[in-house]
Design a binder for this molecule. Structure first.
Ligand SMILES: *[C@@H]1O[C@H](CO)[C@@H](O)[C@H](O)[C@H]1NC(C)=O
Ligand SMILES: *[C@@H]1O[C@H](CO)[C@@H](O)[C@H](O)[C@H]1NC(C)=O
Ligand SMILES: *[C@@H]1O[C@H](CO)[C@@H](O)[C@H](O)[C@H]1NC(C)=O
Length: 131
């Protein structure tokens, strides 16, 4: 059985490994190069735990009418770099609904309307990014 002490410590221990969204201002990759956007597999209703899972880096000028292999309908949160704009489509070949995201953090794509009844969680099927 867990002691009260270890129960209280548990959230603190996990705190350090929680995902955290990068800010639009310091959106760079491992090599320190500025990114146009970074798109993440997971999101979370607790914003400081969003931007988790695998991520897909987007460079200035990246134009993907079709998602890179394995990324179709997978994106749940994203960050767009300063002075950049990420345009996304809900169907392959730049069809379906579209929407533009300017610089900033999108903690939950679920919170963004896609058509009348849908949302953008796991619904990105193409993108274009410019700075
Ligand atoms: C990010 O890092 C890799 C090297 O790890 C590099 O090849 C890539 O072009 C960099 N830049 C961007 C914008 O992704
Ligand atoms: C985005 O969607 C609107 C409304 O359906 C459409 O008129 C427009 O052509 C679309 N833009 C692009 C670039 O696909
Ligand atoms: C996003 O979609 C995936 C797959 O349908 C689902 O597992 C996940 O819970 C969704 N996220 C939110 C925040 O609704």
């Amino acid at each position: 059985m867990m002691t009260l002490n270890s129960l209280l410590l548990l959230p603190l221990l996990f705190w350090g490994v929680m995902a955290q969204c990068p800010s639009a201002a310091d959106l760079v990759n491992d090599s320190g190069e500025k990114l146009c956007a970074r798109m993440f597999e997971n999101s979370n209703m607790y914003f400081d735990q969003s931007c988790g899972g695998k991520f897909l880096d987007v460079k200035n000028g990246d134009d993907f009418p079709y998602m890179p292999l394995g990324w179709g309908n997978k994106i749940s949160s994203l960050v767009v770099g300063n002075r950049c704009t990420l345009k996304v489509w809900s169907k392959a070949g730049k069809t379906g609904n579209n929407r533009s995201f300017s610089a900033g953090i999108v903690y939950q794509l679920k919170d963004y309307a896609n058509g009348l009844f849908g949302d953008w969680n796991d619904s990105i099927q193409g993108y274009y990014c410019t700075c």
